[in-house]
Design a protein around this ligand. Structure first.
Ligand code: HEC
Ligand code: HEC
Length: 430
């Protein structure tokens, strides 16, 4: 929630977290424009999107499509190595996030090609709006332009789960098929090929495009299955339903999470739902947090390489927008405590370090950055782009000042974050 409250049509204290001015003060990309003045994002009805594309000779029955999608998601035979399924990286025991503490997972035909980014959880993604450079949140205040929001992956370059499923199947450092035709050929020879014909029609494999669509649709529809992907079974959900309590430490943690002068976490990871909807703990907006460079990533051995998120190089359509460089999409914090790798580059491996970074990025930069004497020190951005880094609380303090959160307050926030684990996820290894 970047938008500031509006009273009688006046935007109060507009503070967009997105784009600080070069002098470090917050600029106003959260402009007070009328929502009718700018193009609106297209309506994103999942149903409308799902049946877009070549028609099937049989109208598929959704539960059957879900069941096929589940088979595909767990089938390692769909990869070039024969050993990697979607579930290898997106493990249901870890809320469809990474199964281990690696910064990035390995893929490719020999399973030796490192990726560039940490594996996100696939839970609660049905709430991600389509990518838009100008987002207006109808639930909050639809007259404020919140700037870039939504889309799939850390830089929002895939618009739908349908588009997104194509990428891992053919990415050379993931499942590494040479084409979608190669994927379709595997499905056609899988034990469940007959079920595909029964669901989509006997001719489903006759045309590569139709078969590709069936595969992507099945993966998309599976990822919308409520019990698997948005169960809302955390202790915090029980608390919101007034069916459970938070203990004293968790209650303090929630207060620190919400407090604009302390964690200020809810500013970007909202903890309250609206209109009876449960909170997802992300507004899906884009921010440059100045996460330190991860020297372990193979790509980062090249000192001229930078993963700049929205402005590239993986995403290519916004490369002219320097003001977006370094921005990544805020992830959901549901099930975050079961992760063992954090942020887009997988630099951190414990919530203590993540919270320590939020609290003391600017007060003790030497703890986080090589070359910390540089001003500003954000070492995973070329110098001329470092002014893009967000300076709102908990950030923006001066070196030597007290951090935004004390060690005991950090423990309280972590205790609260643990209440966001769904009932079925693996308890985090101690
Ligand atoms: C080798 C590990 C790996 C495999 C295998 C893999 N993924 Fe991913 N997945 C990732 C990574 C890494 C990202 C983040 C990519 C980025 O931001 O550029 C991602 C992102 C996603 C996203 C976007 C999530 C979001 O937050 O918007 C979806 C959806 C997804 N994967 C689905 C799948 C499906 C479906 C499959 C199987 C067809 C699959 N993945 C296979 C590693 C993997
Ligand atoms: C100004 C917006 C903003 C604020 C304030 C903020 N976050 Fe974030 N958060 C983000 C963004 C954006 C990312 C992803 C950044 C990246 O990977 O480059 C992120 C990532 C995270 C992650 C890593 C999740 C993952 O899956 O890797 C955690 C944990 C987290 N935030 C917790 C918090 C907590 C706790 C607070 C309060 C102390 C907080 N955030 C405050 C925007 C924010």
């Amino acid at each position: 929630m970047r938008a500031s409250p509006v009273v009688a049509g006046v935007v109060l204290a507009v503070a967009c977290r997105g784009r600080p001015l070069p002098n470090g003060s917050a600029s106003s990309s959260a402009r007070s424009v009328s929502s009718s003045a700018l193009p609106q994002p297209p309506p994103s009805s999942a149903a409308a999107r799902a049946f877009y594309g070549p028609h099937f000779s049989k109208r598929p029955y959704p539960p059957d499509v879900t069941a096929l999608g589940r088979l595909l998601f767990f089938d390692p035979a769909l990869s070039a190595s024969g050993r990697q399924a979607c579930a290898s990286c997106h493990d249901p025991k870890f809320a469809y996030g990474p199964p281990d503490a690696r910064s990035v997972e390995l893929g490719g035909p020999e399973l030796d090609q490192p990726g560039l980014r940490a594996v996100p959880s696939l839970r609660y993604l049905d709430k991600v709006p389509r990518f838009s450079e100008h987002f207006f949140d109808e639930d909050l205040n639809d007259s404020v332009d919140q700037g870039p929001t939504g889309g799939h992956t850390w830089d929002g370059r895939a618009d739908t789960l349908h588009d997104q499923a194509r990428a891992p199947l053919t990415s050379p450092f993931e499942m590494a098929n040479t084409s979608m035709e190669a994927v379709v050929a595997k499905v056609e020879h899988a034990a469940y090929a007959e079920r595909f014909r029964a669901v989509f029609g006997a001719d489903v494999f006759d045309e590569a495009e139709r078969a590709t669509n069936a595969v992507l649709l099945a993966l998309e529809v599976f990822q919308q299955s409520p019990t698997d992907f948005y169960p809302f079974t955390s202790r915090y959900d029980a608390y919101l339903r007034r069916k459970g309590e938070l203990d004293a430490r968790e209650t303090r943690g929630l207060a620190l999470f919400d407090d604009p002068r302390k964690g200020n976490c809810a500013h970007c990871h909202p903890s309250q739902g609206h209109h009876g909807k449960f909170p997802i703990f992300s507004d899906f907006g884009y921010v440059a947090l100045g996460v330190p460079r991860n020297q372990e990533l193979v790509k980062n051995r090249d000192p001229t390489f930078y993963d700049l998120g929205l402005c590239g190089p993986l995403r290519t359509d916004l490369s002219a927008h320097e003001e977006y460089c370094g921005e990544f999409r805020a992830p959901t914090l549901r099930n975050v405590a079961v992760r063992r790798t954090f942020f887009h580059n997988g630099l951190f491996h414990s919530l203590k370090d993540v919270l320590g970074f939020y609290a003391s990025r600017d007060t003790t930069p030497a703890r986080w950055y090589r070359g910390a004497h540089e001003r500003p020190p954000y070492d995973d951005l070329p110098r001329e782009l470092r002014s893009n880094v967000n300076q709102e609380p908990p950030f923006g303090r001066k070196p030597g000042e007290a951090p935004a959160l004390t060690p005991s307050e950090i423990d309280d926030v972590i205790a609260f974050l643990k209440t966001l684990d769904d009932a079925d996820v693996a308890p985090r290894a101690k």
